[in-house]
Design a protein around this ligand. Structure first.
Ligand code: UGA
Length: 441
């Protein structure tokens, strides 16, 4: 099939490469010429394991192209995917301005019977509004569908090639048939629903996972107070098949470009239709307050942050990505600096902005600028970060960090080892000579 994918973020580039690998002709489009220039030269504008190889392979095969030109990309396409960002507004609603802008841009070039598929996460009702908008600018007959995306950053290629399911939301049988054919090579179960159910399923999946994380974090906080160990509790309750043992690790709360935004958007959507007493508002609130709460607890135990030298290991929001959106480091580092600590940061891939302006990475307070002359430095190795610090704080479970031999780097000065992901054995860390602080243990 001839396919066009609008938006070259994680979802757009991964989907374009994967559809191309099935023998389709795919054009990826973005309004950012710098991104497109990079992609044309086989460079992925962000770090995602395995994506660079797949992209180059498909470009060489002649199946995958990139452009900023709507007429070129859309006029040949049987299926047009919209995979642009849907950030939250300041009041939490999904900001659909990028989605609707694509409606205006594609409309004049749509071919007869084209299928427009919204992959971006959007609230129910969006498809109708989108179609209305397109209709004002074209005479062509076209169809709409919703095919939400469930990939995770850091494992995006594997998730797209081996999804648990593909969800096709449309009311038109011919559209369902064509999109089923397109996804057949994935050899996974294909679920057919209405567009509204597909959109609700996407929001619900993320909101459920975010709720699950918030729940286990709160149980961890109870364990902290009563001598129970959250890891033992998880092992015990995970044996119940109804509960399961995956996606269940406690920490500093959920971050990244999806969960915080999707929980807020679903809460705002619920409010907008009169369902004001919904749990998601509380989930969001608890998550936003979590880092400060935990850091305050650590502060009590460590005896204050003033003049302490702290190594913060892991700046990205999770391992295997350089994405820092809603990363714990964005809150932790300004917090420590504000308390008078000196901070050394390390990450295998993510880079703290040179000008110290972190406002792009967080939609929630504190939106603090770390000035270039502040007491924060990003260093290139773990050794450089942990040398003669008072506190080692392991924030993200990058394999480079969890497999590092901290027994060798113990100096007389380093008294505290903070393990915000419960990745280390408290017994072992104590045997290395540190005081151990984890989450709920
Ligand atoms: C998430 C979903 O997992 C994907 O299915 C979805 O497609 C994607 O959002 C999206 O909507 O685009 P992602 O944000 O890449 O994917 O990352 P996750 O691995 O799900 O982690 C999200 C956050 O939850 C991270 O901060 C992570 O550290 C945290 N987390 C995850 C926990 O604190 N505990 C866990 O047990 C799992």
């Amino acid at each position: 099939m001839n396919i066009c994918i609008i938006g070259t973020g994680f979802v757009g580039v991964v989907s374009a490469s994967v559809y191309a690998s099935f023998g389709n002709t795919v054009i990826g489009l973005d309004i950012d010429p710098q991104k497109i220039e990079k992609l044309k030269h086989g460079q992925v504008p962000f770090f995602e394991p395995g994506l660079s190889d797949l992209l180059l392979e498909q470009q060489k095969s002649g199946n995958l192209h990139f452009t900023t030109d709507y007429s070129l990309a859309v006029s040949q396409a049987e299926v047009v995917f919209v995979a642009v960002g849907t950030p939250s507004t300041s009041t939490g609603e999904a900001d659909l301005k990028y989605v609707f802008a694509t409606a205006d841009s594609i409309a004049p070039f749509l071919q007869e019977n084209a299928i427009v598929v919204i992959k971006s996460t959007v609230p129910p009702g969006t498809l109708t509004q989108y179609a209305e908008r397109v209709k004002t600018k074209t005479q062509a007959q076209f169809f709409m569908a919703s095919v939400p995306e469930f990939l995770r950053e850091g494992s995006a290629v594997a998730d797209t090639l081996h999804p648990d399911r593909v969800l096709i939301g449309t009311t038109e049988p011919e559209v369902a048939e064509k999109l089923t054919l397109l996804h057949q090579p994935l050899q996974t179960q294909i679920i057919h629903t209405s567009p509204e159910s597909a959109q609700m399923a996407k929001y619900s999946a993320n909101a459920y996972l975010a709720t699950r994380i918030t729940f286990i974090n709160q149980i961890a906080d109870l364990c902290e107070k009563n001598g129970a160990d959250i890891e033992e509790v998880i092992q015990a309750i995970g044996q119940d098949k109804r509960i399961g043992s995956q996606y269940w690790y406690p920490g500093l709360g959920y971050g990244g470009s999806c969960f915080p935004k999707d929980v807020k958007e679903l809460a705002a959507y619920a409010n907008s239709i009169g369902e004001t007493n919904n749990v998601l508002i509380k989930i969001n609130e608890v998550n936003e307050q979590r880092i400060e709460k935990i850091l305050n607890q650590y502060e009590q135990k460590i005896g204050g942050w003033l003049n302490k030298k702290v190594a913060v290991l892991g700046l990205s929001f999770k391992p295997e990505t350089n994405d820092m959106r809603e990363a714990p480091s964005i809150k932790i580092i300004p917090y420590l600096l504000s308390k008078g600590a000196q901070v050394l940061g390390f990450d295998p891939k993510a880079e703290w902005p040179v000008n110290g302006d972190i406002s792009f990475f967080t939609a929630t307070p504190p939106v603090t600028t770390v000035s270039p002359d502040s007491s924060f430095t990003q260093v290139n190795t773990i050794n450089d970060a942990v040398r003669d610090v008072d506190v080692i704080m392991c924030v993200i479970e990058w394999p480079e960090i969890t497999s590092f031999d901290f027994s060798q780097s113990k100096s007389a000065k380093t008294q505290w080892f903070v393990d915000t992901r419960n990745q280390f054995s408290p017994k072992e860390v104590t045997a290395w000579g540190y005081n151990y602080l984890g989450i709920g243990r």
